[in-house]
Design a protein around this ligand. Structure first.
Ligand SMILES: C[S@@+](CC[C@H](N)C(=O)[O-])C[C@H]1O[C@@H](n2cnc3c(N)ncnc32)[C@H](O)[C@@H]1O
Length: 294
């Protein structure tokens, strides 16, 4: 396991994922009934954008770096930006410029009675995660395989919650592993909200992943995707996508209104991108299964 999220923290993929995460969490908080968040690939939870990993790639500058100073963000984006702006780990005195990971965003949304279970397989990263999460009632960090953990964790006693699956894509079988994990988890907890993150790289890979999901007996699947560079010229990631199972009511409409703004700010214009807009446009919010196309 060589992947370290610190190289990618705050990039376009994180922005899309964490923005949608804040919206799903807000939906969960809208009802008094307790919920659980299971973060199967949690990472360290906190990333210093002035640290050596972030400096080496500078990816955050084309992600959150473009949004922090943006004027007139849409209403749905504002809570995410407000949270990220000035965020730092508890007790931090480094003076670094920090970006929060998914477990910290989830932790911030918990109320008394809600729970977070954050799973991380890389021992040093999990040690950092445990430190950043700290000791609080209902907040648990675990060392282990996030896919396997789902079997023990689902269905949750709350019968209400979100499973975030955000792997590092080091394995060639990651798309298949993710699809299998979703099918199994959905059989155990069919009413849960699920968010699966994936990178957009070579064309074709994502399509077969989508097809495998459409073939599964899962009735409501929304795809949200943002491409900021051409897949033909991009070296590495051209964009990112999310699969949302049982997305909150009208989240599709909210995202369809917000994605053009994100695309406008995040598209890397000087990169031979003429073809991004050709195929199907730079962003998608559409149903792979169920509901109607937005
Ligand atoms: C993309 S990063 C997670 C980022 C995090 N979810 C966030 O949004 O801040 C993926 C993480 O998964 C960890 N990982 C890789 N394979 C895993 C597995 N099978 N189970 C749990 N964690 C795993 C990696 O060490 C890495 O920290």
């Amino acid at each position: 396991m060589n992947y370290r999220h610190g190289y990618h923290a705050g990039n376009v993929g994180d922005v899309l994922k964490h923005l949608v995460l804040t919206l799903v969490l807000a939906h969960l908080r809208a009802k008094a009934k307790p919920f659980v968040v299971v973060d199967t690939h949690a990472g360290a939870g906190a990333h210093d954008l002035t640290g050596p990993e972030a400096i080496r790639t500078g990816e955050w500058k084309d992600g959150i770096g473009r949004l922090l100073g943006a004027a007139a963000a849409p209403d749905a984006v504002r809570p995410y930006l407000a949270y990220v702006r000035g965020w730092r780990p508890d007790g931090d005195t480094t003076g670094g410029r920090w970006y929060p990971g998914s477990p910290m965003i989830a932790r911030a949304a918990l109320r008394p009675g809600d729970r977070l279970v954050a799973v991380e397989a890389h021992p040093p990263t999990q040690a950092l995660l445990a430190r950043h999460l700290g000791r609080a009632k209902g907040v648990h960090s675990r060392l282990g395989d996030g896919y396997q953990a789902l079997t023990a964790l689902l269905p949750p006693p709350e019968r209400r919650g979100l499973v975030l699956i955000d792997p590092s894509f080091e394995s060639r079988t990651e798309f298949a592993d993710m699809a299998l994990a979703l099918r199994r988890a959905h059989r155990r907890f069919a009413t849960g909200h699920y968010m699966l993150w994936y990178p957009i790289k070579a064309p074709g890979l994502v399509e077969s992943f989508h097809q495998s999901l459409m073939d599964a007996a899962i009735p409501r699947i929304l795809r949200v995707a943002l491409t900021v560079r051409s897949t033909t010229v991009a070296n590495g990631m051209a964009g990112a996508g999310l699969i949302l199972v049982n997305p909150p009511w009208r989240l599709d409409e909210t995202l369809a209104a917000v994605l053009p703004w994100l695309a406008r700010h995040l598209t890397q214009a000087n990169d031979g991108n003429a073809d991004i807009a050709d195929a199907d446009g730079r962003w998608h919010v559409d149903w792979l299964r169920g509901e109607e196309t937005v």
